[in-house]
Design a protein around this ligand. Structure first.
Ligand SMILES: [Zn+2]
Length: 117
């Protein structure tokens, strides 16, 4: 929301909210299923691209180990490597699709409560 970089406590552990502005990342239960979808699409594209590249590089003999090895490696590494990007990307896409409601505005941007006399 504010551009803060340190929003993960570990590779797979997103903080509940931004330490800078207070934006709550998981706004609804199950929100990050979209992030899994983004990760799946990007990983699958990388797998198909790797497989195609290996086919081209080993043509015309088509060495099975040289096609399966890199493809399996990308299939295992890519979903884990792309996880933080897919999660933050989905948080941004979700924020664009469903703008903040006044009651869920980040803490630092909430209007100050009016004093009662
Ligand atoms: Zn923030």
């Amino acid at each position: 929301m504010c551009g803060e970089w340190k929003i993960f406590t570990g590779w797979f552990a997103l903080q509940p909210s931004c330490q800078q502005c207070g934006f709550v990342f998981e706004r609804r239960e199950g929100q990050f299923i979209g992030g899994i979808g983004v990760n799946t699409m990007v990983s699958f594209t990388a797998i198909v691209a790797t497989m195609g590249l290996c086919f081209l590089l080993t043509a015309p003999e088509f060495s099975l180990p040289w096609i399966l090895g890199p493809t399996l490696a990308v299939g295992i590494i890519m979903p884990a490597a792309f996880f933080p990007v897919s999660k933050t990307l989905w948080a941004a896409i979700d924020l664009i699709m469903i703008p903040l409601e006044p009651d869920e505005a980040p803490l630092r941007q909430r209007p100050l409560p009016k004093r009662s006399e």
